[in-house]
Design a protein around this ligand. Structure first.
Ligand SMILES: [Zn+2]
Length: 317
């Protein structure tokens, strides 16, 4: 039998749990609601139950598992296996996740890592990053996150919280970010920022965005849909998405000189609508040796958060 690993992709609204091989094949997976408000013990019990359910479905026992890998919203402490605190897991503080799972899965190697880093590892090993040495994964959805693999090594930093690219400041006097600082990359390029910028501007400007959103809260997909229909304001917001993403990616290229960058997350589904603007922005900058060598594409594995989490259990950090 192939070596099997359990992958846990812990998110603010749902937890995706799967059993996978070292080759990145997910044999089976189950998504359960996180139910953050019920506290960590409830969620951890549900994770345990779901792992057993998956094992049963695959006719396996826990002794068949070589390891368990967990990707979680940060900040975390990977060495201690603790979720320190997270705005996506409100009220959870210093949760000893690895210890609590170890009580149940004794003797099994359990690894915890920041979810952006885990997803980067998944896309690196099994997606667009396959075969290269220096790779960056960027996810653009509610926020902007990701991870870096340099010289084939996942860059986790001193406390596993490296690559908070979303909070790289690109405009000193800019928009307020959810983290409290001003002018963060994600305050301009995330799905949430597209929604906020559109909501602010439709108050005074003519646009079909509110018609598309049927007067409800504007979502990024409404803006993209309006742009497809030729709405001038929506087209401008989408163009700006390409511009700001280009600025952020340029900064990342300047730091890491990667061979490949892949972009995942919900907003990347519309990447073709702002790809040219993004590339024009990058190509208009200096540091040509870094920008010319790098290929940028949409992420190949939608499930990189899951498979990357599982890969933590066997990838040599
Ligand atoms: Zn920020």
């Amino acid at each position: 039998m192939k070596d099997l690993y359990c992958a846990v992709d812990l998110g603010g609204t749902k937890i995706n749990i799967g059993i996978m091989t070292k080759e990145g094949e997910v044999l089976d997976n189950i998504k359960i609601p996180t139910e953050v408000e019920k506290g960590p013990d409830n969620s951890i019990n549900n994770i345990k139950k779901t792992i057993y359910e998956l094992l049963e479905r695959l006719n396996l026992t826990k002794n068949d598992l070589k390891g368990i890998g967990i990707g979680s919203p940060g900040p975390i402490d990977s060495e201690k296996g603790i979720i320190v605190e997270s705005c996506n897991l409100k009220g959870w503080k210093n949760v000893k996740l690895v210890e609590q799972l170890s009580d149940e899965f004794e003797g099994i190697n359990i690894k915890l890592q920041n979810d952006g880093n885990a997803a980067a590892l998944g896309e690196y090993l099994f997606g667009f990053g396959k075969g290269c040495k220096n790779f960056i994964y960027i996810t653009v959805s509610t926020g902007v996150g990701g991870g870096a693999i340099i010289d084939s090594k996942l860059q986790v930093g001193a406390s596993s919280n490296a690559f908070e690219a979303g909070h790289m400041i690109i405009n000193m006097n800019g928009r307020k970010c959810s983290c409290g600082n001003n002018g963060c990359f994600e305050a301009y390029a995330s799905g949430t920022s597209i929604e906020k910028i559109a909501s602010e501007r439709i108050v005074n400007e003519e646009s079909i965005i509110s018609e598309i959103s049927k007067g409800e809260k504007v979502k990024a997909e409404h803006v993209f849909e309006s742009a497809k229909r030729g709405d001038k304001l929506a087209l401008e917001i989408v163009e700006n998405e390409g511009y700001y993403l280009g600025i952020g990616i340029f900064n990342i290229m300047a730091m890491y000189n990667p061979e490949k960058i892949s972009i995942g997350g919900g907003v990347s589904n519309c990447l073709d609508m702002f790809y040219d603007k993004m590339m024009d922005t990058i190509n208009s900058m200096s540091l040509k040796p870094s920008t010319k060598i790098c290929k940028i594409e949409k992420a190949k594995r939608d499930d990189c958060g899951l498979i990357g989490a599982g890969a933590l259990a066997f990838y040599n950090e």
